[in-house]
Design a protein around this ligand. Structure first.
Ligand SMILES: N[C@@H](CCC(=O)N[C@@H](CS)C(=O)NCC(=O)O)C(=O)O
Length: 127
């Protein structure tokens, strides 16, 4: 369902769009209102987890992500060569799990889990 809303005020008018079904917000106002409606914090850090599914340390982190209900973009280094290349170029390592917090890599599953638990209040929730 795409919602397009027009907002008029005395001095200006603007419209915004967001697509509820696929989480797309094609403009800044759309993103702002989508996050507002969902109770998401616009200042929450962007999280990307580099992992592969048969890695037990990755599984621990993914279970924590699930149980906390937070939104994390998944990058599988086993199935996606571009993800592996990026991760190695960025860190000089191929070790996973690695959580990128606003682009900054954090290694060690137990440190990642502790960080998630300590910061859950500020993290964007999954839907
Ligand atoms: N102590 C680390 C262990 C991580 C680890 O050993 N990951 C393996 C996959 S299960 C790996 O990436 N090995 C390849 C490498 O380190 O180059 C943690 O808890 O995150």
């Amino acid at each position: 369902m795409t919602i397009k809303t027009e907002v008029f005020s005395k001095f200006s008018s603007f419209s915004f769009n967001f697509n509820h079904a696929n989480d797309e917000a094609p403009d800044l106002f759309g993103a702002f209102f989508m996050n507002l409606i969902r109770g998401n914090d616009m200042n929450s850090p962007e999280l990307k987890l580099y992992k592969f599914d048969s890695c037990p340390f990755c599984v621990r982190v993914m279970q924590k992500v699930d149980s906390l209900g937070i939104k994390v973009e998944m990058h599988d280094v086993m199935t996606n060569p571009d993800d592996l290349r990026f991760h190695m170029e960025k860190t000089g390592r191929k070790t996973v799990p690695c959580l990128y917090i606003n682009g900054e890599p954090k290694f060690e599953s137990s440190d990642i889990i502790t960080w998630l638990e300590e910061n859950v209040a500020n993290l964007e929730k999954s839907n």
